[in-house]
Design a protein around this ligand. Sequence first.
Ligand SMILES: NC(=O)C1=CN([C@@H]2O[C@H](COP(=O)(O)OP(=O)(O)OC[C@H]3O[C@@H](n4cnc5c(N)ncnc54)[C@H](O)[C@@H]3O)[C@@H](O)[C@H]2O)C=CC1
Ligand SMILES: O=C(O)[C@@H]1CCC=N1
Length: 272
Amino acid sequence: MTQIAFIGGGNMATSIIGGLIKQGESKPDMIHVSDPNADQVQQLSEQFGIHGHSDNQQAIASADVVIMAVKPQVMKAVLAPLKDTLSQRQPMLLSIAAGISLTSLQSWSGCEAIVRCMPNTPSLLGLGASGLFATDKVSIDQRNIADALLRAVGISVWVQNEAELDAVTAVSGSGPAYYFLLMEAMIEAGKKLGLSEETATQLTQQTALGAGKMAMEADVSAAELRRRVTSPGGTTERAIQTFEAAHLRDIVEAALTAASDRAAELSKQLGD
Ligand SMILES: NC(=O)C1=CN([C@@H]2O[C@H](COP(=O)(O)OP(=O)(O)OC[C@H]3O[C@@H](n4cnc5c(N)ncnc54)[C@H](O)[C@@H]3O)[C@@H](O)[C@H]2O)C=CC1
Ligand SMILES: O=C(O)[C@@H]1CCC=N1
């Protein structure tokens, strides 16, 4: 069975570890985690029965897959002392860090087989959406392992070129925040229309959940589902006309373009 080492045991690592064990994808004994935060390591070891380390070298010593789950800003410094070992052992490196290019990962780690991935925070609930891209040095078996790792916390989608990961970041990486913004606005508007905060919040949350589930389960498009809610001459029609008059679609396109541009910019800034 594959030995997996997580470098960084924060939010995303915790959710992936939890998903792997819950789904039976990996045995606790095969998982190592390393983090300078001793409390975090202890909690992960106790919660999941995995091996905890304070030394990254120890964590990667026998790993087939090394998952880099540290913040992008520290990636270079974290990989520097591991480069000799990684170059020699050549495990598959999987990075979940936003905006760190394959070129940088390759030069900082000395690894050849690298998968870059963009997950999102609903991974914490097993409802994540991740985009993945692999170098051509990644074997089919390694791709399958990377796929299983991310599927343990949601769905995974492979993209055809690295630049598409910027679009994935704009759609699903940052995406949860757009829905939260809409929810904030709906709760505020509901309150202005006379509802209590509690009632406006409950109704907004359940509506978001219901709409998401309907969109997932329906065999028709989101546009068709919208039409089915919209009675001619009714209330939804007025609301939709208001959104369209304010160019909501243009606003969404501009926002996602800005996010994608920023992802590309960050890759350049954080690279060598
Ligand atoms: N939170 C989000 O929405 C998303 C995050 N990501 C990416 O996931 C990565 C991790 O994010 P989170 O889990 O949210 O961050 P986090 O801050 O919860 O976890 C990072 C962990 O790295 C540890 N760390 C710091 N220096 C270290 C070192 N030298 N060696 C080992 N561990 C070290 C920290 O103690 C911390 O526990 C980031 O690169 C981020 O870009 C990707 C998609 C979405
Ligand atoms: O906002 C960010 O830069 C990161 C990437 C995707 C979600 N959070």
